[in-house]
Design a protein around this ligand. Structure first.
Ligand code: PRP
Ligand code: MG
Length: 238
């Protein structure tokens, strides 16, 4: 490889932090964070006052537990921080776990929050597109899930061309970037508002508690204790 070639590090190439520093819990910004707040509270993890201050530019926060700091990152990045061992624990959507499929991540608990689905959608006036592989041998799909999308269509003998977007996918078919989208659907109101309809559910999604496998091996008591606090918190909310 040439000296200037871009290299993407794999998680196994990075170090695990010292055992006496606080464990890092990675939390996703946005709607999952709101849904996770009561659960965190029941697990006895209360971030400092800056955490709820929307004007604060801080990204790492102490909690009431000197053993745990939290970081607030994009939902896709929770899995990457945990896979690389920068965070030992995280809360992460099953969609993100499916997309990256990191072998370094163990997902011991389904937290039952952030329920939604990964679906295929298309403009309402073009019915049946995704059911017809012959018509769609050159299908273009806009998504923030290139791996899930490629795998889904490849399993059906369709070579999908991916248009990789990071948000507002619903605009892509309307503005002729793609034939279809693969995106999260919750209430369906974003699809409806943009003239699209859901045609196929690829997977149902909830959020999971995830841990770095190496951290679990090197600090089993500390990490297991936190997993158990979440397990108890879940049981008390059932
Ligand atoms: C998510 C998702 C859908 C919408 C689904 O987008 O990408 O667009 O929510 O929810 P609904 O079915 O209840 O309408 P988000 O609002 O997170 O914005 P983004 O895609 O632009 O990041
Ligand atoms: Mg969206």
């Amino acid at each position: 490889m040439s000296e200037n070639a871009l290299t993407v590090l794999s998680p196994a190439q990075t170090a695990v932090p010292e055992t006496d520093s606080p464990l890092i819990l990675a939390l996703p910004k946005g709607r999952i964070l709101k849904a996770a707040a009561p659960l965190l509270h029941r697990a006895g993890i209360v971030p400092g006052p800056d955490f709820n201050d929307e004007k604060s530019r801080l990204l790492r926060f102490e909690t009431n537990d000197p053993n745990i700091d939290v970081v607030r990152v994009r939902s896709f990045d929770v899995a990457t921080f945990v896979a690389f061992g920068g965070a030992q624990i995280g809360i992460c959507g099953a969609d993100v776990l499916m997309e990256f499929d990191y072998p370094e991540i163990y997902a011991p608990l389904d937290l039952g929050i952030g329920g939604c689905r990964i679906s295929i959608a298309q403009p309402r006036d073009r019915s049946g597109l995704e059911d017809n592989p012959n018509r769609l041998s050159q299908v273009r799909v806009a998504t923030k899930y290139p791996s899930i999308t490629r795998r889904h269509f490849a399993a059906r003998g369709i070579n999908a061309s991916i248009v990789h977007l990071h948000g507002a996918m619903e605009l892509a078919p309307v503005l002729d970037l793609s034939h279809l989208i693969v995106d999260l659907v919750d209430t369906g109101s974003t699809l409806r508002a943009n003239g699209l309809e859901e045609t196929h559910t690829i997977a149902h999604v909830t959020s999971r508690l995830i841990v770095n496998r190496t951290a679990l091996k090197t600090q089993p008591e500390r990490i297991s204790a936190i997993i158990n606090r979440f397990r108890t918190a879940l049981a008390s909310s059932a």
